[in-house]
Ligand binder design. Structure first.
Ligand code: ZN
Ligand code: ZN
Length: 464
């Protein structure tokens, strides 16, 4: 472990053992010991254990859902996670993922907090081998359009990507694993990471040493709820699963003037319009039709009067590719096309990229093969489906580019989810939508599968 100031601060904030309010029940209904002395941990064993945690995991998720917090501002969320871990007598450190790119995020239109809202817990021997489980904790700036007793109380903020569920299921896994601590052959590091939604919180965690501190994890696993797959199924793919993403802001600068005398100006609107058109050819005419590239212009702002040609025009959008090299070549081509097109229209252009482009989320092929065999009994289909990659981004990629990792999609799609009498929801609605609903039956599966993958991985790593 590095002995710099940050590390020392973390050591000092280490929470050792909390004083339990009752002998063996620190969260109502959750005991810290098991009656069962069986130390096998098949998926069925862990499914059983996860069932015992189900009620408070659901309740915790509902509590988190009521108070979503945005990028690097997840203070209440972090406090809740710390409270549960303390009750479970799990060792953890707080203060992870400082927001070192606040100004750059603001330049891209993101409102972000100061960070330090990440949490890292450890269960097991404290020695190698080590495996990492990751959950993301942030919500989105979206108005919730679902009426439920646990509807967001924060207008304009919503857990519309299910990170409340990810957070709760990893807390449930902490409870299951803590009760089996004696049978863990090494160390399980559990991390709750802020700012997945555009803030590269995962990158901050890696920079602060979550993968390099001792014991170093040899593998990482992460889950995302998936409304596009039926409830109970599990999916993923070896290699690229989610895209590398980049955001761009282009300013086309000309010379403004009277709209009636265009020969006295250098019109940035016409130049910018040609830029937008020229950008379309990069994906359509330059990219191998069998590979994947997205160049989407999503913003165009210029001018504010009928009779004035403005000085400049602004264009924004996003690039997507399934490889780091592919993303770089898109960047190179956007750069060349934008400058040359602006110049052809006697204007200049500048481009601002994002502070932290996301790499593609890559599932390590060898670990994938092993993990899908382990995860198969967790699926109602008794196998892990191979699904198509998506061009969405995911900052689990920052761990996956450092150590062998597997990211799995947990199917949650159902036309009817009735959590309580009188409530019925469709959980096939896509993420990042005000009508998105997390299917809570998913939580038990996530709890059990987190624990099953971690315990099985360490069994394998520890055996000669
Ligand atoms: Zn999302
Ligand atoms: Zn998400």
């Amino acid at each position: 472990m590095r002995r710099d100031a940050t590390t020392m601060r973390k050591v000092l904030t280490l929470v050792l053992v909390a004083t339990a309010t009752t002998a063996d029940e620190t969260i109502p209904g959750v005991r810290l010991t098991r009656d069962d002395t069986d130390t096998t941990h098949t998926f069925a064993d862990l499914w059983h254990d996860a069932g015992e945690q189900q009620d408070w995991v659901v309740e915790t998720r509902r509590e988190l859902h009521r108070t979503p917090e945005l990028l690097f501002d997840e203070k209440q969320t972090a406090a809740k996670i710390a409270q549960v871990l303390t009750a479970l007598q799990v060792n953890f450190t707080t203060g992870w993922a400082k927001n070192t790119k606040r100004a750059e995020l603001a330049a891209k239109g993101f409102v972000s907090g100061e960070g330090g809202t990440g949490i890292v817990a450890q269960i097991g021997s404290g020695k190698e081998p080590c495996v990492l489980l990751r959950a993301d904790i942030d919500g989105l700036p979206i108005h919730e359009n679902v009426d439920s007793p646990w509807k967001s109380t924060e207008d304009g903020r919503m857990h519309a990507c299910g990170h409340d569920g990810h957070t709760a299921m990893l807390l449930g896994a902490a409870a299951v694993l803590k009760r089996r601590e004696a049978e863990i052959k090494g160390t399980i590091r559990l991390i709750w990471q802020p700012a997945e939604e555009g803030g590269a919180g995962g990158k901050r965690m890696v920079e602060e040493g979550v993968l390099s501190m001792e014991p170093k994890p040899q593998a990482a696993f992460g889950f995302h709820q998936w409304p596009f797959l039926p409830l109970g199924s599990i999916g993923g793919r070896p290699g690229p699963m989610l895209a590398a993403t980049e955001l761009f802001d282009i300013v086309v600068s000309g010379v403004g003037g009277h709209a009636a005398m265009p020969h006295h100006v250098k019109d940035p609107i016409v130049a910018a319009a040609h830029v937008v058109t020229a950008l379309q050819a990069i994906a359509a005419r330059e990219t191998d039709p069998l590979s994947s590239a997205v160049v989407s212009v999503t913003m165009f702002h210029a001018g504010d009067a009928y009779n004035v040609i403005p000085q400049g025009a602004r264009i924004g959008g996003t690039l997507r590719s399934l490889s780091t090299e592919g993303l770089q070549s898109l960047r190179d081509r956007v750069d060349a096309v934008v400058h040359a097109t602006a110049l052809a229209h006697r204007c200049n252009a500048s481009i601002a990229w994002s502070a932290d482009a996301y790499p593609p989320t890559m599932n390590d092929p060898e670990l994938w093969k092993w993990a899908t065999e382990i995860a198969a009994p967790a699926s109602t289909e008794n196998e892990v489906r191979v699904i198509d990659p998506t061009m969405g981004g995911e900052d689990f990629a920052f761990y996956a580019q450092e150590i062998p990792s597997v990211f799995l999609a947990l199917g949650q799609g159902a036309k009817s989810f009735a959590p309580e009498p009188g409530l019925e929801f469709d959980t096939t609605v896509t993420v990042h939508n005000g009508r998105f609903v997390l299917h809570e039956d998913l939580l038990r599966r996530g709890v059990a599968l987190h624990a099953h993958l971690a315990l099985s991985y360490l069994d394998r790593a520890a055996s000669p």
